[in-house]
Design a protein around this ligand. Structure first.
Ligand code: MOS
Length: 771
């Protein structure tokens, strides 16, 4: 797309924070991290570091002029540690020097002594100790207790899902420039410009209008920069204001991996009751969320887990409880899906096990319980424009489910050391921030006298393509060539009080605001055009492909001729507009409401082949039918779907985050943490969009696409489990993610591990193998 970010990316011309020209006198900031998972600070002496060559300052909590607090939902997170440190990598001090090397050299001279305190890493242990960040939440529908005895089978299980590193290509960073009147301007790699602005004002004791935050683009975010870009921007701003110099703070990859939080690991218990006919009658679940050392966004993520605890199914009796558990690892945070995937993963485990108990395929059970129009979610909302059944049936027919099933079964009968697994994965994902207040967006549109258009909104471009959708909105409303439109950087000066670009809502909220602003200008243009044409009714003026029509007839006016006339007549060519999603609410005292403007639906068919000798596997195919509605920018939507699917597969298969018993991240490099590369993407990946569905609350009837596709990755996990089940038909398989090849191997031979261990202990042969 010409003139777009894609164009710049492919030429290597897109600039990120670390690429910006360095201002005169720039200072480089590096952070002194906590070396321990939990400890009290006994001594913090910065004297030697301060006198190290080229060092300008060493700042600690004691130097903060305002309030040392960056917590968004709960005030429990200092910018710089004060009396205790609560996780490895927590910022304790920041060194500012005129070169990064000098700053790093000085780090070693800061004297930090801590007395270690016991560290808790396990969320269930934290819950036992009463270490909950917020009170537990419970969502109920019907009453599960009366139902269990009416069920043909009742099954219980425990499910573990792991963390996930965001691994955005651009690491966390910010550049801060001191301004007049003690203010500061910050270029930040954040999804939440206003969040950064608010925290900097609080840390520095400034009014928000003294802090400008600007974002041109992010090199990826995936939720990792919704809350967690703030600390680095605040440290840079703190340094800039303290030293009166520009300050840059950009984390190295290793630092980023250690210092910042990840997708929350969950440990969950479920109980499911199913009738002889295969109807799920009752479902009970307890989620233990490993929140890390501070709240960050964990309570909101926990809430989204509850909202998605029944996945794409209707269950008449539900009791779901969630615990937000404080542990001594880096605060975990938003990650594409925001707790939804963790909730959906568990009910799929329950259905998988129940299907085995009933002697049917999981798909049969899934289909019998699939959501349909009018079904009630545990939070009280009814499913409307519910396309779950259409997507399910379309996926089955379009991708020949029955013959694929037969082919896979035949393969498994004929092969001993390779097994195939097949799964269907329906996704239902609620669109809107569950925190109702955040569902607002704004836009500022200028039409310049040459007919070019500039649009600023609250949306942040992070590679997801929100810019192109907003550009398309303006071009469509005005009916002009999209080359006339430019979507600007996101700045708190041009658009105030932005919500983070998150929850898949960026295009809907800010696109709708853009639509309203453009409509307001269009109305004025039509009035002027009618006057210019000496016609009575502005309502009969229409712009079609840059031509001005009156009553359907072409006139002498074009866009390019009209705009200067509008200016000459001294009519406003700019508009600011605000959009708030109508009709949504949620009552936390009852845990009921209509929190979502709509739901996104779809179904994936997943096929894998496992090498049962080695534990290695291939994802043969992921084939999706997804209800997107009419796409605004098809390439962008397809890119989001494919990227989301692969990222979801990564979460549940390759990507394993591990900590030592001392709370040190042991997978803090790209040699120990594996994300899917081209060889790990499905050999066949097909996404078919349903385009003829209606969605009045979406942008031109389209649906949000950022997060929902990620959850198709869950299907790959259960396809792997099905393949393992084909190898060990009688086994009650544990559900633990990620399903790394190593774990596949251990699961394949779990019943023979004793034997294998015995084998390994036999004295080794003396013969050595030559290289
Ligand atoms: Mo997104 S996970 O809501 O930043």
């Amino acid at each position: 797309m010409k003139g777009s970010d894609l164009d710049l990316h492919s030429r290597g011309q897109a600039r990120f924070v670390d690429d910006l020209p360095e201002p005169e006198g720039l200072l480089h900031a590096v952070v002194l991290p906590s070396p321990v998972a939990h400890g009290s600070i006994k001594r913090l002496d910065t004297e030697k570091a301060r006198h190290s060559p080229r060092v300008r300052a060493v700042l600690t909590a004691a130097d903060i002029p305002g309030t040392n607090q960056i917590g968004t939902l709960v005030a429990d997170e200092p910018l710089l540690a004060e009396n205790t440190v609560d996780f490895v990598g927590q910022p304790v001090a920041v060194v500012l020097a005129d070169s990064e090397a000098a700053a790093r050299a000085a780090l070693a001279l800061v004297e930090l002594q801590t007395e270690e305190l016991p560290a808790v890493l396990d969320p269930r242990r934290a819950q036992e100790l009463g270490e909950l960040i917020v009170a537990p939440r419970t969502f109920c529908l019907g009453e599960v207790e009366d139902i269990w005895e009416k069920c043909a089978v009742v099954l219980e299980g425990t499910v573990e899902s792991g963390a996930q590193e965001h691994l955005y290509l651009e690491t966390q960073g910010a550049l801060a420039l001191p301004g007049e009147w003690g203010g500061v301007r910050v270029i930040s790699s954040t999804q939440s410009p206003t969040g950064v602005q608010r925290v900097i004002a609080r840390i520095l004791g400034l009014a928000m209008h003294q802090v400008e935050v600007e974002v041109t683009r992010l090199g990826g975010a995936f939720g990792g920069k919704e809350d967690q870009a703030t600390a680095w921007a605040a440290l840079a701003a703190f340094g800039a204001v303290s030293c009166g110099a520009a300050v840059k703070l950009v984390l190295h990859r290793h630092e980023d991996m250690v210092y910042t939080g990840k997708r929350h690991p969950y440990s969950s218990d479920y109980r499911i009751g199913v009738s002889a006919e295969g109807k799920v009658l009752a479902y009970q679940v307890e989620f233990y969320q490993n929140a890390g050392a501070a709240a960050d966004l964990s309570p909101a993520i926990l809430e989204r887990t509850l909202f998605h605890c029944t996945g794409s199914y209707f269950v008449p009796n539900v009791r779901a409880t969630a615990y937000c558990c404080r542990t001594n690892i880096a605060p975990n945070t938003a990650f594409r899906g925001f707790g939804g995937p963790q909730g959906m993963f568990v009910i799929e485990a329950a259905l998988f096990k129940a299907a085995a108990a009933l002697g049917v395929s999981p798909a049969e059970l899934q289909e019998k319980n699939l959501l349909k129009e009018g079904d009630t979610f545990p939070y009280g909302m009814a499913a409307t424009r519910c396309s779950a059944p259409i997507c399910w049936q379309e996926a089955k027919s379009r991708y020949d489910y029955e013959s694929t099933r037969a082919r896979v079964d035949a393969f498994n009968r004929n092969n001993t050391l390779h097994k195939k697994g097949l799964s269907l994965m329906p996704v239902c994902f609620g669109i809107s921030f569950t925190n109702t207040v955040l569902n607002q967006g704004a836009a500022l549109v200028h039409v310049y006298t040459d007919g070019s258009v500039s649009v600023s909104t609250g949306a942040v471009e992070m590679g997801q393509g929100v810019k192109y959708k907003i550009l398309e909105v303006a071009a469509r409303v005005f009916s002009i060539d999209s080359k006339r439109v430019k979507v600007e950087s996101t700045s708190t000066l041009r658009v105030a009080n932005t919500s983070p670009t998150a929850a898949s809502t960026g295009a809907d909220l800010n696109g709708k605001a853009t639509e309203i602003a453009c409509q307001a200008i269009l109305k004025r243009l039509k009035e002027v055009a009618a006057g210019e044409l000496e016609k009575e009714d502005p309502g009969k003026v229409e712009i079609r492909q840059e031509q001005i029509l009156y009553d359907g007839e072409r006139t002498s006016l074009s866009w390019e001729r009209l705009i200067p006339r509008v200016y000459t007549r001294r009519v406003n060519l700019s508009a600011q507009a605000h959009y708030a999603t109508p009709g949504i609410y949620f009552d936390k005292t009852k845990e009921k409401g209509e929190p979502f403007s709509y739901h996104a639906y779809g179904t994936a068919l997943c096929e894998v082949t496992v090498d049962c000798l080695r534990g290695t596997y291939e994802v043969d195919a992921v084939s999706v039918v997804h209800d997107l509605g009419p796409s605004l920018v098809p390439q962008v939507d397809l890119g989001q779907a494919e990227g989301g699917i692969v990222q979801g597969i990564g979460w549940l298969t390759l990507e394993e985050v591990l900590y030592s018993e001392q709370g040190q991240l042991t997978t803090a490099t790209l040699s120990t943490y594996k994300v899917p590369d081209i060889y790990h993407t499905p050999k066949e990946l097909e996404v078919h969009f349903l385009e003829d569905t209606e969605n009045p609350l979406g942008l031109f009837h389209s649906k949000a696409i950022g997060e929902p596709p990620l959850m198709y990755g869950i299907g790959v996990y259960y396809a792997l489990l099905a393949a393992i089940q084909a190898f060990r038909p009688e086994a009650d398989l544990p559900v633990t993610a990620p399903m790394t090849p190593e774990r596949v191997l251990m699961t394949l031979y779990a019943d023979r591990l004793g034997e294998l261990r015995g084998f390994a202990k036999k004295p080794r042969s003396k013969r050595s193998v030559s290289p």
